[in-house]
Write a new protein. Structure first.
Length: 365
């Protein structure tokens, strides 16, 4: 769900080599961003069939340019995970194998480096269910999102462990304790991919003039809708209005694995009234993005990543971290715009109806 906010940049499209159009794409912004992974005023691409999304994000981007620091995006953590399943003869054997994993950590780290020059083993966690040993490996993967890199490393580590641990056998190279493309508590708690928080402090006069609401109304709606409403619905480590909208559009426009919005859209919106000014943040612990790897060499994707400044010569992993910060800032723009719209009766539906009719008329011509 989105709200009308004004004009956006021209429409382009993501297209295959045969020239047929797959997805309408617009660059919106620029949004102003600061923080430990990205700085400056940057337009962002969004590929979507939900046309009101573009002006909604554009309104949030305009708000960011009215604030000195803009959107402050802080990258808190960065790791890709893959879990394996080892089947033991009984719980005692599984427990012994779990303890051996941590005793062999240096050995496993060295072995991981043989699988890729970019992969580093950061941590190992495990859970035991009867004779079943679930092992969650956490890796750094440079500028790649890291799916294949983590799986290759995990497969190598699993083969090594089976050859050196007694009373165990193969279960699976992927055991759902990762967890990949599923909304889970463990990913919300431990994170998977890039953990980023985007935040902004909007002065009260901008809240009133540009968002047509108040900080108190947005903060109240965040509690009643995002927190209580999501709790009643049984949400898993998540309390937001529509992160998935912005993330899917951003992922498609930048060549990401779109299925990762399942865990990527887990996140928490926080809003507070600070003497009339609005503090607003979006925390996303599971942003899985990369600037190299499958799909990134397609001409439209290459162009998008270049325009986003994610093809620059930087230390390994910095381009992907920049992309994650921009994704989080884009989410904040759309989330802020929608939350403001929903404090005003009728605004959301009026915007959708007007914009969708307008786009329908344009396409007819």
């Amino acid at each position: 769900m989105t709200s009308y906010t004004g004009p956006t940049s021209a429409t382009s499209s993501i297209a295959p080599q045969d020239g047929s159009t797959l997805m309408p794409t617009r660059w919106v912004g620029p949004l102003r961003i600061s923080g430990n992974a990205a700085e400056g005023e940057i337009h962002v691409p969004l590929a979507t069939y939900e046309s009101p999304l573009w002006p909604s994000v554009a309104r949030g981007a305009r708000i960011s340019r009215l604030v000195d620091a803009g959107i402050r995006a802080t990258l808190v953590d960065d790791r890709m995970t893959r879990s394996i399943l080892i089947e033991a003869t009984d719980t005692q054997a599984a427990h012994a194998a779990g303890r051996a994993l941590h005793d062999r950590l240096d050995e496993l780290c060295a072995l991981t480096r043989t699988t890729s020059r970019y992969a580093e083993l950061l941590a190992v966690r495990h859970e035991i269910v009867g004779p079943l040993l679930y092992v969650r490996f956490e890796f750094s993967t440079g500028d790649a999102s890291g799916h294949n890199m983590a799986t290759l490393a995990a497969d190598t580590l699993l083969t090594h462990l089976l050859a050196h641990l007694p009373n165990v056998s193969y279960g699976s190279v992927s055991a759902n304790y990762c967890t990949d493309k599923k909304a889970t508590a463990i990913n919300g708690i431990l994170g998977r991919g890039k953990n980023v928080t985007a935040e902004i402090l909007v002065p009260r006069h901008i809240v009133a003039d540009r968002l047509r609401t108040t900080a108190a109304k947005i903060a109240h709606l965040n509690v009643t809708k995002n927190l209580v409403g999501t709790l009643l619905a049984g949400g898993i480590r998540s309390a937001n209005a529509h992160y998935a909208n912005m993330l899917l559009a951003f992922y498609l426009a930048t060549g990401q694995d779109a299925a990762n919005i399942v865990e990527g859209s887990q996140g928490i919106t926080y809003a507070a009234d600070r003497d009339g000014d609005l503090y607003f943040s979006c925390t996303l612990p599971n942003l899985i993005v990369g600037t190299v790897g499958n799909g990134k060499s397609l001409p439209a994707i290459e162009d998008a990543l270049t325009q986003l400044g994610c093809r620059a010569q930087r230390p390994d992993g910095a381009n992907a971290r920049r992309l994650a910060a921009l994704a989080a800032a884009t989410v904040l723009c759309g989330e802020l715009s929608l939350m403001a719209a929903q404090t005003n009766p009728g605004e959301l539906m009026h915007a959708h109806t007007r914009l969708e009719r307008l786009n329908g008329a344009l396409h007819a011509h």
